[in-house]
Structures are given as structure tokens and as C-alpha cells.
Design a protein around this ligand. Sequence first.
Ligand code: ADP
Ligand code: MG
Length: 468
Amino acid sequence: MLPSDAVALRDRVFAELSSRLPEDEFKAWFDPGKIHLTASGASACELHVRNVFMAEHYERNYRKTLEDVLASVAQGPVRLAIRVNGEAGRHPAEHVEARAEQLAETRNPDPPGPFAQPVSSTPRPGLVLNPNYTFENFVVGISNRLAHAAAMSVAQSPGAAYNPLFLHGSVGLGKTHLLQAICHEILKQNPRLNIVYQSCEEFVNDYIASVQQMQQLEAFRAKMRAVDILLIDDIHFLAGKEGSQEEFFHTFNTLHNASKQIILCSDSPPKDIPTLEDRLVTRFSWGLVARVDTPTFETRVAILKRKAEARGTPFPEDVYFFIAQNIESNIRELEGAVTKVAAYASLLARPIDLDVAREALRDALEVASAPVSIPDVQAVVCRKLGVKTAELQSKSRTKSISRARQIGIYLARTMTNASQTDIGNAFGGRDHSTVSYAIDTVKDQIGHDPSYRSFLEALADEIRKSKL
Ligand code: ADP
Ligand code: MG
């Protein structure tokens, strides 16, 4: 039997789903702020989503999983209905969906209002976008500024700015996010344009499926070549697929000749995609090739802040600092860290602080980097600040020594797994309150002095490097 209380139902279903789905996917599609579940009897349940796009998506991708999960919660089969809920008060990022919803509503004479609209037609079959991947939600920094600016200008004047636009960079740095942001923006400005956004794998699979039959191949070509905006994600998947490369070459030419916008992304620049035919390498470089780099420390902090605030659980500054210091190369992992820390704190009903963050991320961080020890921290602090280890441990209150000591204690706290007691001992047998005071003092200064923060970051980098 299903719990009749909506919160209990949601908690049980979501807990089960989170263990069955990859974390990113779960986060993207099972946000309690965006969808909700209600039991409509002991063995029937409704999933309310915001628009037809989403309804289609859940219908196609999650019906089976949801039914399985519901059955396990209810310990018996459950009927699931997926309904569109015409809710007010949307996030600006969801205007696109709102528009889709309006389109669907004008087509559908059913009276508007909550849950009245059955899931039938979709304005854009096949175009499934993550509603969070918008320009509004994209944090811009030095590492992605060019890619972001190019994506914006392409979205504003498709076919006119750069054609093709080719974004590349390693995994988890926001390429897919930017591609989908372009789609959202174009749809917002001109919902009539025929946009095709596909992973390269889908392109290849569609092509292979259609190759079997002349008629289907014609249809595939006609479809691809009638496109106004073509976005292919992870185009490096064309590597080693000669037939698909050949087909893509013709698609590309037709669209490019007709000034239709093409946007591609890949894990490497065109010339480094193995076995990519020269004529494609050349074409991919005709427009603008923009690289997305790993984010700088400041951008990582800004992203963490944005993600934590978007969840409604802002973290203290030093927690952002700690995570940004330890997770450097992948924005997806930064996001994962925010979720882990928030979930861990909420499960244990503890406030989010450095200890919680450290515990929540222990496993993730151990793999990420070799452990830093207190002597590692002390060695670099001494070298950079011109003091001796013995001075750090001494009773001296000379300004330069106390300052170095405070910094050492703070970095030991954020960079090692040592407890405050261990740290106190390693800094000349200082007690808990002295250690806390040092940490708070540094934290405080980081909060209002960006150059001090950069200085500490440089020290932290130095300490990490000393481990390589
Ligand atoms: P890629 O396609 O390059 O592997 P994604 O676009 O899938 O990376 O990004 C991974 C995750 O990080 C996504 O959830 C995305 O929203 C997030 N992300 C990436 N870059 C940014 C950014 N600049 N601002 C906010 N979120 C970002
Ligand atoms: Mg991607």
C-alpha cells in the first residue's frame, strides 16, 4: 500500500530512485521543487510535472523505473499517471518550457488549470533538454568566457555569427550545458525554428538504422537537411566511423551552404579527434573553435555558491573554499560535492560546516589527491613566510610568527584530515580554543579580503604541489 502522506511517499520513492539512478541524472530529473507525487488511492499514483516536455521525458525514460519503485514501496503493482501541472511562479529559466506549455495549451481545447491537461502532443518531439542547462544558470569565468560569449552570440543570431561553433574541453566542464543553453535561448526567441540537438551517438545510431533501407535513408537525410539549427554533442564519437563521417560531411555541407547554424562539441579540438577525415577537420575549424578550460579557484567557488544557493542551502564561505581547493578539474564533481555535503548534513541534522564537509567528502577526496600532512603544510608555510617550524611551535607572539602560525593552523584544518587536537599538538601543544580562534581569524579575513584569499590559495597550491 502506498503511503497517503505526500511527503512520506515522496521521501520513500526518491530515496529508492536515488539509489537506482546515477547521481547527476537523479538530481536533474527528481528535484522535489519541480515535480511532485501524490497517491490517488492505495495502488495508484500521479506524478505532476510542469510541462509537456517534461511529461514526455518522464513518460519515455522513467515510467518503467517509477513503476518498479512504486511497486516496491507499495509492495504490489501501482498504476502511474503522469500529468502536467500548470503551475504559476516559474523560475525565469523555465520560460522556454512555459512557452511550450502555452503552445500545447492553444492546441488543446481542454480547460486550463492544474492537472487538467492530458499528456498528448508535444511541440517538439525528440528535443529533450535539461531545464537547468540555461545561460542564466551558467557561471562565467576566465576558463569558459570565450565559449560562453560565442554560444550567446550564436544563440542571438544563428547562422550569422560563427558557423560552425566548435566547443571543446574535457569532461564535466559545461559543453553540454552550453549547447542546451543555446537551444533554450533560440527556442525562447524563435520557437518556430527547427532545432535538432542530438548526441553524436544518436546521430550515428539513426544513420545506421536508416541505412538498411533506401526509403529510410532518404527520410533520415531529408530530416537532417531540413534543420535550421543543428547541435551535435560529443562529435568525437564520429572517430573511426567512416560511413557516419561521410554522411555527416554531406549534412554539414548542405546546412552550411544554406547558412544554417551548426554547433558541435567534443573532448578535443578537431585536429586531435582520431581518424577524423581531413575534410571534416577543416570544416569544423571554419567558424570559431573555442576551448573550455578547467575553472579557476574563483570560478569554482562561484559555481559552488550558485549550486548551493539554488538548492536553498547556502554554505559558509570556508566550506566553499575547502571544496574548491580539493576538487579542481570537473564541475560535475563540484556539483556532486554540494549535494553530498547538503545531504550528509541534513541526514545527521547537523549544520553545514567544515567538519561536515570533510566527512561527507572523505571518500571522494581521498581518491582525488594524495593526503597532505601537517608537516607538509608547515614546511610550505615556513618556506613562504620565512619562519622556522620551531617558531610555529613556540610561544612567540611576534606578529609575523603569529600570522604564519594562524595560516598554518587554518591550512592544516582545511587541507588535512587531522583533528583540532592533532593540529594543536603539532603547533606546540596549543589547546582547542586557540586552534579555533586561529581558524576563525583566518576565515574572517578570507571573507572580506580577496587578495588574502588568493594568497592562501597560492599557498595551498604550493602545498599540494609539494606532494607530487
Ligand atoms: P560536459 O558536457 O562538458 O561534460 P556538462 O555540460 O555536462 O559537461 O557539465 C557538467 C555539470 O556541470 C552540469 O550539471 C552543468 O550544469 C554543470 N556546469 C558546467 N559548467 C558550469 C558553469 N559554468 N556554471 C554552472 N554549472 C556548470
Ligand atoms: Mg557533455
